[in-house]
Design a protein around this ligand. Structure first.
Ligand SMILES: Cc1ncc(COP(=O)(O)O)c(C=O)c1O
Length: 389
């Protein structure tokens, strides 16, 4: 074991978390919501406690260390040059998407997404009076690829002004290659489509996979894009509401700030020091986390191959959200969901990620191995009964 004991399961019931006090109440094995079950590094909790001990929760002044920590993290983890001046705070990634939508598009414009994809993208687009244009991913050989011809057509529509790119892609567990990112960037730049690259899962990478920050592809791309991110997925701090947008284009950054000011949001005095500490001290934690998660993924893969071979796992190179193909069972997502819940396991239904996700389920492996094993054994018992095996 390394410095961090990810196998140590903490019962977090009674902490008002979605995972434990909502999903976990319905099912003993909550493997749906995209939090980890792991304690953050002690420096992160320490930073929150230090702030609490100061006893001053008044309006704050954003410390420069916040912007610098993002710049340093992108350099350390992705070898990317991010100027601290490009970084802007946002309480959440979806809030950042809304602000960017206000900055670069108008009501009635088209926004491209690539289903199956994180469901809040389509919600935020339609709630803000924009049209969703679906550039559906192509599923083949237990993996996904981008339909570039279709993207080209949709980007060329003069009403299309923005695209939300998800990299790594939730829920298909895929970090896009440099070639893919460059091609998306080129198509969008040529068609004057601004790209918001959601990089929430960019720290969780396997087997030498590299993350390609969208804004760093080229100088031209930097002027036509924003990368948004947070420490939440990696360090289990989603409830602290600290995210950021990296916007190299000065004009767009100013427009973002105006959109932000229009909502009169401020920042979290407790959350900001936590993010600074995570990025300052979280290197070894992130490396060890990736190792632990990969072992869980391999366990799941072998379990499925041996015991439930009709279920296919889409080949992952990133994220802890595994995308399982249940078409071999000839059931829709609702039926598969009902089956899992009857075994006490909560997953996310593939259909919530768009029609292209029907027949799939998303399973979060960011739990201790023992929990994953117990959950899968419970599923297997139910499977034998249900399919008369
Ligand atoms: C790709 C992606 N973007 C955004 C979010 C949500 O981020 P936030 O809660 O900061 O809005 C998630 C959460 O699962 C996600 O997977």
């Amino acid at each position: 074991m390394g410095r961090y004991d990810f196998g140590q399961q903490k019962d977090m019931k009674g902490t008002d978390s979605w995972k434990w006090d909502k999903e976990g109440k319905e099912c003993p094995y909550p493997l749906g919501v995209a939090d980890t079950d792991f304690l953050p590094p002690p420096e992160v909790t320490g930073a929150v406690m230090k702030k609490a001990a100061q006893g001053n929760f008044a309006y704050g002044v954003m410390p420069q260390a916040f912007y610098d920590s993002v710049s340093r993290w992108y350099k350390k983890r992705h070898d990317a040059d991010v100027d601290a001046d490009w970084v802007t705070y946002s309480p959440g990634l979806i809030v950042a998407i809304k602000m960017l939508m206000e900055a670069v598009s108008h009501v009635g414009d088209n926004v491209i997404i690539q289903p199956p994809v994180y469901f809040n993208f389509s919600l935020i687009i339609s709630r803000n009076g924009r049209n969703i244009l679906e550039n559906t991913l192509i599923y083949e050989n237990e993996g996904y690829r981008i339909d570039f011809e279709d993207l080209e057509r949709k980007a060329a529509d003069p009403r299309t002004t923005m695209m939300i790119f998800c990299n790594p892609h939730n829920p298909v567990a895929h970090a896009w290659s440099r070639e893919d990112v460059e091609r998306v960037a080129e198509i969008c730049r040529r068609n004057h489509v601004f790209v918001v690259s959601d990089e929430a899962h960019s720290d969780i990478l396997y087997q030498g996979t590299r993350h390609v920050p969208f804004i760093c592809v080229s100088r031209e791309t930097a002027m036509n894009s924003a990368s948004i991110n947070s420490a939440g997925k990696t360090f289990n701090t989603n409830g602290l509401y600290v995210s950021y947008a990296i916007i190299p284009n000065r004009q767009i950054r100013d427009a973002f700030e105006i959109a932000y000011a229009n909502h009169h949001f401020d920042f979290s005095m407790i959350g900001v020091p936590a993010q600074i500490a995570a990025y300052e001290h979280g290197d070894a934690y992130t490396d060890e986390l990736n190792g632990y998660l990969w072992d869980n993924i391999m366990y799941l893969k072998h379990f499925l191959e041996e015991k439930m071979p009709e279920v296919r796992m889409v080949k992952p190179n990133a994220t802890y959200l595994m995308w399982l193909d249940f078409h071999g069972w000839d059931m829709d997502s609702d039926q598969v969901d009902g089956f899992f819940r009857s075994a006490g396991v909560a997953l996310n239904k593939g259909s919530i990620y768009g029609a292209a996700g029907d027949g799939f389920m998303r399973l979060n492996v960011a739990c201790s191995r023992s929990v994953l094993e117990e959950a899968m054994e419970a599923v297997y018992e139910r499977y034998k009964e249900f399919f008369n095996k």
